[in-house]
Design a protein around this ligand. Structure first.
Ligand code: MCN
Ligand code: SMO
Length: 759
């Protein structure tokens, strides 16, 4: 409605805009940076940024190598877009002119763009002291692989690749920072998912106490993982405000996002899968390489993606034997960040195509092979081969519903006759689990500086009987200000309109590590629920004095408080406590009407939502173009707090997943130059590319969370590539063509068809 207030909407007297001079080459030694004559005071290089620390993301994982990312490059630049200098001026245009007038002299170095080159012995090195380009190598082995390899009747070998992507929240990254002379505080209005974490990160890199920073995030127009990062631009703009004691602003433009912002998704898989003659799974042997770019991001490290990939690859299936090696490879590309689904869109694609390949090898329908290998509802809770604790659900039931809804048998009938327009149709499935709200131990095992503990909420009953709910988590477009109000309303029975939700501001909310990992409603919702219950007890105790009965006699109904001898209101109870204590006995509990409580679920391993996606596609073998004719989601996130929002989450996730499957790719040439630097080269799906997705829900309550809620924010984005490319391969089966790379662009479809025809 145009009423949001985003970072770019903030105006302050004397505010200057900041622009960055970015490296035009992917790998080079810096020889000199010459500022424009007469404007030296407005331009800053690493020599000027005294007190700005490098971004160094420590990890507790043994063998992990540290990268130091100086917000202003010092000796080398390591990707196109790495920041060489910064300038400020009254307008962005003038600041950009100052950057343009700054001369950057460098000596180019050999470039590493892909994992194979990065891993090859003798490769050019990004961080010389390492001796190689590996942030981390890991391996997992359940034991028993040699035996399976020797005896399994069916062996399938596959290679998969997922394209590099940007995240493209509708609002890019941006911030305004200023010095509050009255409070003696650095105030930062930054578009972030994790305000309290950014405060910690800024305090570390700027070398000032956390208490001297207030993060007051404005509205956030989408984050999707990108806005969990402490960004070099964020540190530098905050440093300017701290040093010059004036307001500064930087608003990322699309080109900066496309060429210099953190990336996601680029994985390579080498998979050997073993099965019996029916396609029952016997063993999975996998290698995963993740192209994590030049530096480790804060706070997630460069290895979270590979850790999640290795742990989640077995998916919702029963694999008796599993072995997996991962490599997190440093390359001359922008740093790598979690993006909605984090690793799982890649592993789900690889796993779902593997299942279809096994089905093809044994000559059965993939949907049947899938059904036989999914963890059944009767086995819940189930601990899988990588020790994931699947808390609840019925995975085969979701597959069966999706099969029904997509009209599987009718599609098989329809495929018997040629389509009038010559296109080929196909149907595909993809089932996944979405680990949500993973807790302390899970994050600790990934070695990141971000380890979530108890989530907290504060609720204050105001003198007029309305309530303020405060939580340190932030709202990023996912709707938490609505659903947290619903949670409080459900317990206190006050109408939602009487509940105000205040999120994110470090000055006014309790600490939270923030909104990521689909944890918001489980964690912050759990905290609001518990806090509301505590507040309800206090209100009942006070009301009992006013109504001359015991607290056990009190009940709430639509905001009215009923006792044995009549009723009162929240406003009267509040008034009694705040302004007319004489009506209360002196023995009254003096704890007041403001409560803070912490919450975490009964298990630390996360709550597992799940879904099956099914796609019906038409592929044109002449042009390679694909149209999604029908798309179905059957999802289960436990109790839905707000079904409309849950559907919105699924639609949005599916839209992004379709981008991953068919369109979006951050392509680079051999010199590490980004080729997709505008939205003409980087194809975001729009309304014409998106099918009318049909969604069905089941609600299997988690036994381990408040009200049985599980998270849902990322799930929609996990499965589309698996379902769509399986459907495309089904369509292309008659031609013998098989796709194993995303995005499955027309070029790749035509190449697969040509490869099947042979020379
Ligand atoms: N919800 C619900 N009932 C459930 C589960 C969730 O009503 N059983 C609602 C929640 O109340 C919330 C929404 O669904 O309004 C998502 O909740 P949750 O799964 O807890 O996710 P988070 O609040 O932790 O949000 C982060 C998550 C992540 S990790 C990414 S990435 C992502 C996502 O949410 N980024 C988003 N969805 C997004 N949606 C928008 N519009 N913008 C983003 O940046
Ligand atoms: S990628 Mo979501 O912010 O965990």
């Amino acid at each position: 409605m145009g009423r949001g207030r985003f970072a770019g909407d903030i105006r302050m007297p004397g505010m200057c805009d900041v622009a960055f001079l970015r490296s035009p080459v992917a790998h080079a030694r810096i020889l000199s940076v010459a500022k424009p004559r007469g404007r030296e005071d407005r331009v800053f290089t690493s020599l000027d940024a005294v007190g700005v620390g490098d971004i160094v993301t420590r990890s507790t994982i043994p063998g992990y190598k540290l990268s130091a990312h100086p917000p202003l490059a010092r000796d080398k630049v390591r990707f196109v877009g790495d920041i060489v200098a910064m300038a400020y001026a009254p307008t962005r245009a003038e600041a950009e002119d100052l950057c343009e007038a700054t001369e950057f002299d460098y000596e180019e170095l050999p470039v590493v763009v892909d994992c194979a080159t990065g891993r090859a012995p003798g490769s050019a090195l990004l961080h010389e002291a390492w001796g190689d380009n590996l942030f981390l190598e890991t391996s997992f082995d359940s034991g028993g692989m040699d035996e399976v390899a020797r005896t399994a009747p069916v062996k399938v070998e596959k290679r998969f690749r997922t394209g590099r992507q940007c995240m493209h929240p509708m609002e890019g990254k941006g911030l305004v920072a200023w010095w509050d002379f009255q409070a003696n505080l650095l105030v930062v209005h930054t578009s972030t998912q994790v305000p309290h974490m950014i405060r910690t990160g800024l305090a570390e890199t700027l070398g000032i106490p956390e208490g001297q920073i207030r993060i007051a995030p404005p509205d956030v127009g989408g984050g999707f993982g990108y806005k969990c990062l402490l960004q070099p631009e964020e540190i530098l703009v905050a440093w300017l405000a701290l040093t010059l004691k004036r307001p500064f602003r930087w608003i990322e433009d699309r080109r900066e996002h496309l060429t210099a912002g953190a990336n996601a998704r680029e994985h390579e898989y080498v998979i050997t899968a073993y099965a019996d003659e029916r396609g029952r799974l016997l063993g999975l042997d996998a290698e995963v390489s993740v192209n994590v770019g030049a530096y480790s991001v804060w706070p997630f490290t460069a290895c979270l993606e590979a850790a999640q990939a290795g742990g989640n690859l077995p998916g919702p299936y029963i694999w008796p034997v599993y072995r997996c090696k991962t490599w997190s490879v440093a390359t001359n590309k922008p740093p790598f960040a979690p993006y909605r689904g984090v690793a799982r869109p890649g592993v789900c694609f690889a796993m779902e195509l593997t299942i279809d390949a096994i089905a093809a090898a044994v000559g059965r329908e993939a949907v049947d092979v899938r059904a036989e290998n999914l963890v059944p509802g009767s086995a819940m809770p189930y601990t899988n081969i990588t020790k994931k604790y699947y808390d609840s659900g019925d995975y085969p039931a979701s597959l069966a519903t999706a099969r029904e809804m997509i009209g599987f048998d009718a599609v098989r009938e329809r495929q018997k006759t040629r389509e009038p327009d010559g296109r080929l149709i196909g149907v595909g499935f993809s089932t996944y689990t979405e680990q949500s709200a993973h807790g302390t131990k899970v994050f600790a095992s990934w070695g990141t500086p971000l380890v979530p503990g108890y989530e907290q909420a504060t609720i204050r009953l105001n003198p007029d009987g309305s309530a303020d709910v405060r939580a340190g988590i932030h709202t990023i477009g996912q709707g938490l200000e609505t659903t947290l109000a619903q949670m409080a309303s459900e317990i206190l029975t006050l109408p939602v309109a009487q509940i105000r939700v205040i999120l994110g501001d470090t000055a006014t909310t309790p600490f939270s590590t923030g909104a990521y990992a689909s944890r918001g409603i489980v964690m912050a919702g759990g905290a609001v629920s518990r806090t509301a219950e505590k507040l309800a007890e206090k209100v009942k105790a006070l009301a009992a004095h006013l109504l001359q009965c015991t607290p056990a006699d009190i009940r709430f109904d639509k905001g009215v408080i009923h006792g044995l001898n009549g009723s009162t209101t929240f406003a009267e109870v509040a008034r009694a406590w705040y302004t007319t204590p004489e009506v209360l006995p002196d023995t009254v509990d003096t704890g007041g009407l403001e409560v803070t409580e912490g919450y975490k679920p009964q298990v630390d391993t996360g709550l597992f939502s799940y879904a099956t996606h099914a796609a019906l596609v038409a592929v044109d073998p002449a042009t390679g173009a694909t149209e999604i004719l029908d798309y179905v989601v059957v999802e289960d996130c436990g109790r839905m707090v707000n079904p409309m929002i849950v559907e919105g989450q699924a639609y949005g996730g599916v839209a992004q997943g379709i981008g991953t499957a068919l369109f979006e790719e951050s392509t680079y040439d051999a010199e590490g130059q980004p080729l997709a630097s505008t939205l003409i080269d980087y194809l975001l799906p729009g309304p014409t590319e998106l099918p009318k997705t049909r969604i069905a829900h089941t609600e299997t309550l988690s036994p381990f969370s408040a009200h049985g809620i599980k998270g849902v924010g990322e799930g929609g984005a996990i499965a589309p590539a698996g379902a769509i490319v399986n459907a495309m391969n089904d369509a292309l089966r008659g031609l013998g063509a098989v796709l194993c790379e995303i995005p499955a662009t027309p070029d790749r479809v035509l190449a697969a068809i040509a490869a099947a025809k042979g020379p």
